[in-house]
Design a protein around this ligand. Structure first.
Ligand code: NAD
Length: 259
């Protein structure tokens, strides 16, 4: 369905981004991987994806908390033919009450989870508009719709990216470019594993008990959302059936935000 298109998935060396990259590649879409990791591990990921799905897969690094790195990444993507599908996924978390939240962690969370998406979007839009086709999929969070304690920067960034999504959707409404946000609940990735580890240490829980208590507090289904399920939703948003889905903040959260 996406043969001949190129997708940039930020933060796709792990977790949700990798799941979405796989789902797009399975539709014949070329992929630009991005994120941190060991060079050898990234190369085997890149080569493995290319072989499994028979598509072009390249890796372009960069620390996306730095606007100059985002500019370089987008220039390199232009060199690969330009971005048709932009998935703004790279994100980090920091957990702390507001009064002891380290200002430099606030800056880093906002820079990556919100500002980098502004820069990739502004730099991808001219090519998308010129082609009159494009898909921008922002990986927000249930925390783009509701709050939790001790996640001020993350909740602010995720609410912010839901707002950015709506503005971009309105500005592109008369074009073949759409912009939407996906709002996942808990997904068992390294980002969440850190929170499970902290819970085990603080409360003296087993891994199973820590996972169950994390889910039990927020996610009525009691089950994690998977990167594959999120990838399938991203593929839907890229399909012709998604043409009139514009400015949505689409929850896939096991019922978290229905409460
Ligand atoms: P993850 O830690 O598994 O992956 C994060 C990715 O971002 C990795 O590829 C990492 O290398 C990359 N990255 C980190 N810092 C970067 C930087 N400065 N520049 C470029 N890349 C960088 O996390 P994940 O859970 O897969 O999260 C992916 C996105 O999904 C994030 O935006 C996160 O907020 C969101 N999300 C996650 C969950 C969840 O439960 N895991 C829920 C809702 C939303």
């Amino acid at each position: 369905m996406l043969a001949g298109k190129l997708a940039l998935v930020t933060g796709s060396t792990s977790g949700i981004g990798l799941g979405i990259a796989r789902s797009l590649a399975a539709q014949g879409c070329g992929v630009v991987l991005n994120g941190f990791g060991e060079a050898d591990a990234i190369e085997s990921l890149r080569a493995g994806l290319a072989k499994e799905f028979g598509v072009r897969v390249v890796f372009e690094g960069g620390d996306l908390t730095r606007p100059a790195d985002v500019e370089t990444l987008m220039k390199r993507c232009e060199g690969h033919g330009g971005v048709d599908v932009l998935v703004n996924n790279a994100g980090i978390q920091h957990v702390s009450p507001v009064e002891s939240f380290p200002p430099e962690r606030w800056d880093a969370v906002i820079a990556l989870n919100l500002t980098s998406a502004f820069h990739t979007t502004r730099l991808a839009l001219p090519t998308m508009k010129a082609r009159n086709w494009g898909r921008i999929v922002n990986i927000a969070s249930a925390h783009g719709l509701v709050a939790s304690v001790e996640k001020s920067a993350y909740v602010a960034a995720k609410h912010g990216i839901v707002g950015l999504t709506k503005v971009v959707a309105l500005e592109t409404a008369r074009t073949g470019v759409t912009c939407n946000a996906i709002c996942p609940g808990w997904v068992l990735t390294p980002l969440v594993q850190k929170q499970i580890d902290a819970r085990m240490a603080e409360r003296g829980l087993s891994a199973d008990a820590a996972r169950a208590s994390l889910l039990g507090e927020k996610q009525p289904s009691g089950e994690f959302v998977t990167p594959e399920q999120l990838g399938a939703l991203a593929v839907f948003l890229c399909s012709p059936a998604g043409d009139q889905v514009r400015g949505a903040a689409w929850a896939m959260d096991g019922g978290w935000t229905a409460q």
